[in-house]
Write a protein that binds this ligand. Structure first.
Ligand SMILES: Nc1nc2c(c(=O)[nH]1)N[C@H]1C(S)=C(S)[C@@H](COP(=O)(O)OP(=O)(O)OC[C@H]3O[C@@H](n4cnc5c(=O)[nH]c(N)nc54)[C@H](O)[C@@H]3O)O[C@H]1N2
Ligand SMILES: Nc1nc2c(c(=O)[nH]1)N[C@H]1C(S)=C(S)[C@@H](COP(=O)(O)OP(=O)(O)OC[C@H]3O[C@@H](n4cnc5c(=O)[nH]c(N)nc54)[C@H](O)[C@@H]3O)O[C@H]1N2
Ligand code: SF4
Ligand SMILES: [Mo]
Length: 698
């Protein structure tokens, strides 16, 4: 027996069949689908292994003393304990004493119900999620430019028809390998300080690799706009008919002569001119951004600078061309639409908009005044935990901030200061291990629901097998906690289809309208793209007639280049940038527990130019201490002769002493509140001792 579903990990959401393997345990194999076209990456192939892993948690775990061991307990005891403690804290300190932290890995149904749970069952404004660390800068810039943010406003296969694709700060050859099948444009331009696998691919296939200094993408985008204009490549008719604000934006670009751009970014003048010419003369072109451009304290303006370039060339809102942000987590798109964000209600509504409050309160059967206002963004929320006026308890689903949040030592201190930390997970992540209560939940292949992939396409997650005895779904946990907190049971349904139907009503009329999305429709084919306002509606391509601003025009943003918050100096002479490798996913909580993946990449490493390593007395394979003003990371030296001598790179998939986030800088973008994961100033030292092994290989 074989069931069609989708990979649990990234936003490409590759289609797969899950069926019993030779040993009887479930195994995944790829399925034909427009996005993955029969491909899976190594993580997808091995994804079913965690379902029957001995490291799986299958009983609620509780402890009353943080320093003590967990004891297994039954669900009633665990839920009663949590509900009583939450109610006490709320009674003593008000509703904002309890926080909720969600995730872009949660299905649409879970993210919707989590937002509702926070606002109604807890009455708290203190909810945010890990998507703030992911694509929030691109979402903010997309909203500013187009009036609505859908990562890609077009189906992914469209990209294959282009003559030129520019990838800014994205490394899909490692982060979404099957996507490479769509990056077949004759000229691929990769913007990355590293010679990433994607950059190397581009060079081997007649493309370009532009390697700016970390944190200088905005200058490069402004320089490309300048070079395009001076080569008379702008689409004047499009600028005139479909946009506003070009002249104000141009004032910033005017200063970025190619020579000036080279000075700031290090990208040679002739490469800047060549890239601008390729983009400006292509029959069809796409500009796609990833976390490399976005995860900066200037991320929103940087993405705006890339969008300005795309608009000036007349790409967005046209067939065969466009701008897109490559969303990251499995449900990174749907998870940002339905209310687990501090300032948001379902359907991309704003929580401070009176009409939005009235609509959603109506669907929820409460008065608008009962809904709290906006809360703190993810990092600000984590940073406030256990402080005088911050939350005293937190419920966490789908994230491992003890590894993935910036400047993790500080975040771990804040988590420790909580009076109650409750984590729903299926493995003992580093954050679960710091909790008072761990609630064991079902995994992807044991539950039903919907996901929205990086294209804005609705997908069906299907149950392949039943969850182990003792495990509940996230929806069941939320529902049973809500009733214990005095909510009527019918207000918190635990069946995914019932939640989806309600989500449809709550999102109706909003930007991300799901009211025409039904399970029956998705069973017939996964060809529904939001907005889908009725049973026949689907929007594969957005903005073909008009952008979502009231005047129908896209807006150029008047943005300049500001650079990174922290530049190298005598004490910390190198840039460190962080990101991903093929074989691990995110904080590694899942993939470090999969035998084949852990064996292939068991430990943290730092990529350095051999000369840079030599200056610090470090040879290939040595353990280095990478030190910043926030802390230090232990990582094994990997020489890369093609690396920039001023920049080192660390993957962030490991925990404890090997966590790259021990050194990252939690300075935030003023608009998106995105932390600057991609730039910190560091130095390299010889590590006296190798790190001791920790559970899960980190
Ligand atoms: N294998 C694997 N795949 C994944 C994930 C995973 O953890 N592992 N996670 C998923 C998720 S949630 C996400 S968000 C996506 C992320 O997917 P990507 O955006 O492709 O991943 P990153 O490695 O974070 O960053 C991409 C590149 O940005 C570069 N970079 C660093 N600093 C700069 C800069 O200043 N400018 C520019 N232009 N580039 C810079 C890095 O060198 C890196 O190669 O991947 C998804 N897929
Ligand atoms: N230095 C550095 N740090 C980064 C980044 C970077 O590029 N550099 N990237 C950032 C980005 S883009 C992201 S998206 C974040 C991601 O980082 P995290 O938010 O930590 O995400 P995960 O590691 O995926 O953590 C997911 C946890 O939830 C569990 N889980 C998975 N699915 C479910 C579910 O359906 N329900 C429940 N209850 N639990 C579930 C998993 O077992 C795991 O323990 O990291 C950010 N941190
Ligand atoms: S590319 Fe992403 S969705 Fe596809 S198999 Fe790999 S992790 Fe899964
Ligand atoms: Mo992400």
């Amino acid at each position: 027996m074989s069931t069609a579903t989708h990979c649990p990990y990234c936003a490409l959401q590759c289609a797969m069949h899950v069926e019993p393997g030779p040993d009887g345990a479930p195994a995944a194999r790829p399925a034909e689908f427009p996005t993955n076209r029969g491909g899976l990456c190594r993580k997808g192939w091995t994804s079913a292994e965690l379902l029957s892993s001995p490291e799986r948690i299958t009983r609620p775990l509780l402890r009353t003393d943080r320093t003590g061991a967990f004891t297994e307990t039954d669900w009633d005891t665990a839920l009663d304990h949590v509900a009583a403690k939450l109610a006490d804290l709320r009674a003593a300190h008000g509703p904002d004493a309890v926080a909720v932290f969600g995730s872009g890995s949660l299905t649409n149904e879970k993210s919707y119900l989590l937002g509702k749970f926070a606002r109604l069952a807890l009455g708290t404004s203190q909810i945010d999620y890990n998507g703030r660390f992911c694509m929030s800068s691109a979402a903010a810039a997309g909203n500013r430019a187009f009036g609505l943010d859908r990562g890609m406003g077009f189906p992914l296969p469209d990209v294959a028809s282009a003559e030129v694709v520019l990838l800014a700060g994205a490394n899909p050859a490692e982060t979404m390998p099957p996507m490479m099948g769509h990056l077949t444009a004759p000229r691929l331009i990769v913007v990355d300080p590293r010679r990433s696998a994607t950059a190397a691919y581009a060079l081997e296939h007649g493309g370009l690799h532009l390697a700016p200094r970390p944190g200088t993408d905005a200058a490069l985008a402004l320089g490309l706009l300048h070079a395009a204009r001076t080569q008379h490549l702008l689409d004047e008719d499009y600028i005139c008919a479909r946009t506003t604000g070009f002249e104000a934006a141009w004032r910033y670009a005017a200063a970025f002569w190619p020579e000036q751009t080279e000075q700031v970014t290090g990208v040679p003048v002739h490469r800047i001119r060549e890239a601008a010419r390729l983009l400006g003369t292509a029959g069809g072109a796409y500009v796609l951004t990833g976390r490399g451009s976005e995860q900066h304290a200037t991320g929103t303006d940087t993405v705006s600078a890339w969008i300005n370039l795309a608009l000036a060339l007349g790409l967005p809102g046209r067939e065969g061309s466009g701008y897109g942000c490559i969303t990251g987590q499995g449900n990174g798109q749907g998870g940002r639409e339905h209310g687990q964000k501090a300032d948001q209600l379902p359907g991309y509504r704003r929580i401070d908009d009176p009409a939005a409050r009235t609509h959603v309160a109506g669907v929820w059967g409460v008065e608008p005044e009962e809904l709290p206002g906006p809360g703190r963004s993810a990092y600000e929320l984590l940073d406030a935990l256990g402080t005088e006026d911050g939350p005293r308890a937190m419920l966490l689903l789908g994230s491992n901030p003890a590894v993935s949040a910036p400047g993790t030592e500080r975040v771990r201190n804040r988590l420790s200061a909580l009076e109650l930390l409750v984590t729903c997970d299926f493995v003992m992540s580093e954050t679960a291990a710091m909790s008072d209560v761990v609630l064991p939940v079902a995994q992807w292949a044991e539950e039903e629901g919907t996901m929205t992939n990086l294209e804005g396409r609705l997908l069906r997650r299907r149950a392949v097998l039943s969850a182990p005895a003792g495990v509940r779904t996230d929806l069941e946990v939320l529902s049973s906690l809500a009733t214990r907190l005095g909510q009527p049971a019918e207000r918190f349904p635990d069946r995914p289809d019932a939640v989806l139907a309600e989500l449809g009503r709550a999102s109706a009329g909003g930007g991300a309208d799901y009211s025409g999305v039904t399970p029956e429709r998705l069973e017939q084919g996964e060809e529904v793209f939001w907005p889908a306002a009725d049973a026949a509606a689907s929007t594969p391509r957005m903005f073909l007639d008009a952008f979502a601003h009231p005047d129908g025009r896209a807006r150029f943003a008047a943005v300049g280049h500001r650079g990174a918050a922290e530049e190298p100096d005598a004490d910390y002479p190198l840039y460190a940038t962080t990101g991903r490798m093929m074989g691990h996913y995110q904080s590694g909580a899942q993939t470090r527990r999969i035998g084949e993946l852990a064996a292939a990449e068991p430990e943290a490493y730092v990529e350095v130019h051999p000369d840079t390593g030599a200056r610090a007395g470090l040879e290939e394979g040595d353990w280095a201490r990478v030190v910043s003003r926030r802390g230090a990371t232990l990582a094994r030296i990997r020489h890369r002769a093609d690396a920039r001598a001023d920049t080192v790179f660390l993957p962030f998939h490991f925990g404890g002493a090997q966590a790259a986030n021990n050194l990252t800088n939690p300075v935030l973008d003023p608009t998106s509140r995105m932390p600057e994961f991609k730039v910190s100033a560091v130095r390299l030292e010889h590590a006296d001792t190798a790190p001791t092994a920790t559970p899960g290989g980190g």
